[in-house]
Design a protein around this ligand. Structure first.
Ligand SMILES: CC(C)(COP(=O)(O)OP(=O)(O)OC[C@H]1O[C@@H](n2cnc3c(N)ncnc32)[C@H](O)[C@@H]1OP(=O)(O)O)[C@@H](O)C(=O)NCCC(=O)NCCS
Length: 163
């Protein structure tokens, strides 16, 4: 059990977030995506988990266009300090982030991730299936936070994800 709290990321956190991400993913790709999402104004929410010693977790949520409209959100990348994984940081960041998006008025959040992990938060592949995206299948899931918003459509991801 470790003592951590969450807060909105600030611009001066970006280097620490990228370093955390590089360590968790074992390479620079996700850190580059995070930097580009911020630079392009495509980030919707960026949260860090912090302890007395600094940033130990991070989660990013970004804008997804549905049929060209700013009606969807995406989850990722996310990371936890490799030395502190499996102590609840990741799950707490997902739940806190979804609450934040709900408060911001977002109605649907998409994720491409572990099919054994995300259903525990309410993500379902069935909810994502009516949407056309660069990916499909059991790892492509969505959670509806509130009624309203499109039930189908074509998703456009931020250019940070096009490599
Ligand atoms: C994925 C990750 C962020 C989870 O953080 P964590 O602090 O270890 O997660 P928690 O302790 O809250 O979660 C515990 C459980 O949920 C799983 N989990 C939580 N968030 C997850 C996620 N985004 N993807 C996969 N599994 C996740 C954990 O594997 C673990 O599974 P278990 O209950 O079956 O043992 C962390 O392991 C990490 O940084 N991994 C490397 C980067 C990565 O793969 N990110 C996810 C893809 S964007």
């Amino acid at each position: 059990m470790i003592d951590f709290w969450t807060r909105a990321a600030r611009s001066e956190d970006l280097d620490a977030i990228a370093a955390l991400s590089d360590a968790a993913f074992g390479g620079p790709d996700e850190g580059r995506i995070i930097r580009q999402l911020q630079a392009d104004g495509d980030s919707l929410a960026s949260l860090v988990a912090e302890t007395e010693t600094g940033i130990v977790g991070h989660i990013e949520f970004f804008r997804i266009l549905i049929d060209g409209n700013p009606a969807g959100a995406g989850l990722g990348p996310m990371s936890a300090n490799p030395g502190l994984q499996k102590s609840g940081i990741g799950c707490y960041l997902v739940r806190t982030g979804l609450d934040e998006l709900d408060m911001l008025g977002e109605t649907i959040v998409f994720v491409l991730g572990h099919k054994t992990c995300y259903p525990r938060f309410g993500f379902e592949a069935e909810k994502a299936a009516p949407f056309t995206a660069p990916w499909a299948g059991p790892h492509f899931m969505a959670i509806r936070l509130a009624p309203g918003g499109p039930a189908s459509g074509t998703l456009t991801y931020p250019r940070a994800f096009s490599g």
